[in-house]
Design a binder for this molecule. Structure first.
Ligand SMILES: NC(=O)c1ccc[n+]([C@@H]2O[C@H](COP(=O)([O-])OP(=O)(O)OC[C@H]3O[C@@H](n4cnc5c(N)ncnc54)[C@H](O)[C@@H]3O)[C@@H](O)[C@H]2O)c1
Length: 344
């Protein structure tokens, strides 16, 4: 038993005080660990389960050994459990591979039916295609919420303690629990009863970025081909923000968008839209353009914050971005767009 009876009594008392909850995470990598760390910094008790020994050690070293669960079942003492496991591209079609997520839900469905389970809400924090929550929630004896992570690789901690947005879905009971967990966070909230709405928001945000990067890459290739100097191209990017509606549309071309979440989320959206019989021509082209950039210029090793800064109410190129843009691009090879997710 991980927590003794005394610990459980403390947790119960703290919850009645209304100022602290016990929050759990399954999968404690980038997202799960930082999620727990942020909740802990805001005064909640935390417990995490991750089969990786490194992740387990990090939990114990950061929060204490009683917060590093040896099994998923030990998370039954938590009132809310955030699932933060990978949803990488499926080897057969590039769509989100939900097998790990489904395994976790299966196990949780048993745990949440035990009499001593304290779990009131299970939270889908992994990025999953719209429709996932409606299916998964049916297996559980608890409330269900979708609460995606909006963190970026370079700013994991900052984006966890001060998230660019906090979005969650669920019925009134689930949303009340989520509000309680996030009560001390100072971020814009977006709440919906519809799980699909929050699931879709996450994909829309990521894929808009990807589509913009690919569009800028196309324009840069075109500008190079017709002999427009790079300095003139940068001048166009500077001028765009003079019109408020274009104040945030620039992205820095010259490299493929990152190998972290962007390619996998575009691939998942493409696959999901295909399955819904509303195929996305734009996202397929976004992938194809990115594949060309991967083969010619390679992955862009810089984070958005290295390349773009918010100045005078508009996105502007950083000095590094200007330097990179001044360098000529490599020749573009031919690629097969239908296989672009395989490189992600
Ligand atoms: N990394 C990001 O920037 C980011 C941002 C937003 C959303 N997301 C999404 O969050 C999810 C997690 O991403 P991540 O970057 O934290 O991944 P990660 O690989 O860093 O962490 C996932 C963790 O899950 C663990 N895990 C694997 N199988 C498990 C199982 N059966 N039970 C419990 N734990 C298990 C792994 O050991 C690993 O530590 C994905 O759906 C991802 O798309 C990631």
């Amino acid at each position: 038993m991980l927590f003794g009876a005394g610990m459980l009594a403390t947790i119960a008392r703290n919850y009645e005080d209304g100022d602290q909850m016990l929050v759990g995470a399954i999968g404690c990598g980038n997202v799960g660990f930082n999620t727990l760390r942020a909740f802990n910094a805001k005064g909640h008790q935390v417990i995490g389960f991750d089969p990786s020994r490194d992740a387990h050690k990090r939990l114990a070293a950061t929060f204490g050994s009683s917060s590093a669960a040896e099994s998923l079942a030990q998370l039954r003492i938590a009132e809310a459990v955030f699932i933060c496991v990978p949803t990488d591209p499926h080897p057969e079609n590039g769509g989100a591979d939900l097998r790990i997520f489904e395994e976790v839900i299966n196990e949780l469905s048993k745990v949440t039916r035990e009499l001593d389970s304290c779990i009131r809400v299970v939270v889908q924090r992994s990025t999953c295609p719209p429709g996932t929550a409606s299916k998964m929630s049916k297996q559980l004896a608890t409330e269900y919420s979708v609460n995606p992570s909006f963190l970026s690789k370079a700013t994991q901690w900052e984006d966890s303690i001060t998230p660019p947005r906090i979005a969650f879905s669920g019925n009134a009971t689930a949303c009340r629990t989520l509000r309680e967990i996030y009560k001390d966070f100072d971020s814009p909230f977006f709440v919906s009863e519809a799980h699909k709405c929050i699931e879709m928001l996450k994909y829309i945000e990521n894929t808009i970025d990807c589509a913009l990067i690919s569009l800028w890459n196309e324009y840069l290739a075109y500008a190079d081909r017709i002999g427009l100097p790079r300095t003139e191209f940068s001048a166009i990017m500077d001028a765009l923000g003079d019109r408020p509606r274009f104040s945030s549309v620039i992205r820095v071309p010259g490299g493929a968008f990152g190998k972290w979440c962007f390619p996998k989320d575009v691939a998942a959206a493409v696959n999901a839209m295909k399955e819904a019989a509303t195929p996305s021509l734009i996202l397929e082209a976004t992938q194809a353009r990115n594949q060309i950039l991967l083969a010619s210029a390679g992955d862009n090793p810089y984070s958005t914050s290295d390349l773009l800064e918010w100045r005078h109410d508009r996105l502007s190129l950083t000095p590094l971005a200007r330097e990179l843009l001044a360098q000529p691009s490599a020749e573009e090879p031919h690629v097969d767009p239908s296989q672009s997710w395989r490189e992600a």
